[in-house]
Design a protein around this ligand. Structure first.
Ligand code: CA2
Length: 145
């Protein structure tokens, strides 16, 4: 059976492609989700994409992940830099986690340099735009096989 990857996108990523195109590019969240589904087909993974602007919703989806997923790919967006709750939820589910950021967070404001998620992720990809999602799925497929 295909391994299942839960792809989570955090707050404001529903606005992708509509503003701040100099930082995040022109592709929309729909485009990112289509890219993930296509990569899933190529890699033999079943992909479930979700986005929320709410921390608690993301925490619940992560908790449910132990029943519905074999791995989690997450772009926690601004919650990367603030959320102990998301850190704790990811730690609790004990699934392999890949963290993705489209921009190079280390080249940006100091408050973006630390992510609470990185400590519970097996890998972090940043700075490669939306291609980072595909890279993370390749890494997860290898990890799961
Ligand atoms: O580079 C990334 O992927 C980020 O996770 C994106 C977050 C930011 O807070 C992180 O520091 C780095 C921001 C997502 C907001 O995306 C928007 C897209 C278009 C217009 C407005 C916001």
């Amino acid at each position: 059976m295909a391994k299942r990857v839960l792809v989570l996108n955090g707050p404001n990523l529903n606005l992708l492609g509509t503003r701040e195109q100099d930082i995040y590019g022109t592709q929309t969240l729909k485009d990112v989700e289509a890219l993930c589904k296509q990569a899933g087909i190529e890699l033999g993974l079943s992909i479930d994409c979700r986005q929320s602007n709410h921390e608690g919703v993301l925490v619940t989806w992560i908790q449910d992940g132990c029943k519905t997923a074999d791995a989690i790919l997450i772009n926690p967006a601004a919650y990367s830099h603030t959320s102990v709750a998301i850190h704790d939820a990811l730690k609790a589910v004990r699934l392999p986690v890949a963290e993705v950021h489209m921009s190079n967070i280390h080249q940006r404001e100091a408050f973006r340099h630390h992510s609470y998620v990185s400590a519970v992720a097996f890998g972090v990809i940043c700075g490669f735009g939306v291609a980072g999602y595909r890279m993370a799925l390749i890494a997860l497929a290898e990890k799961l096989n």
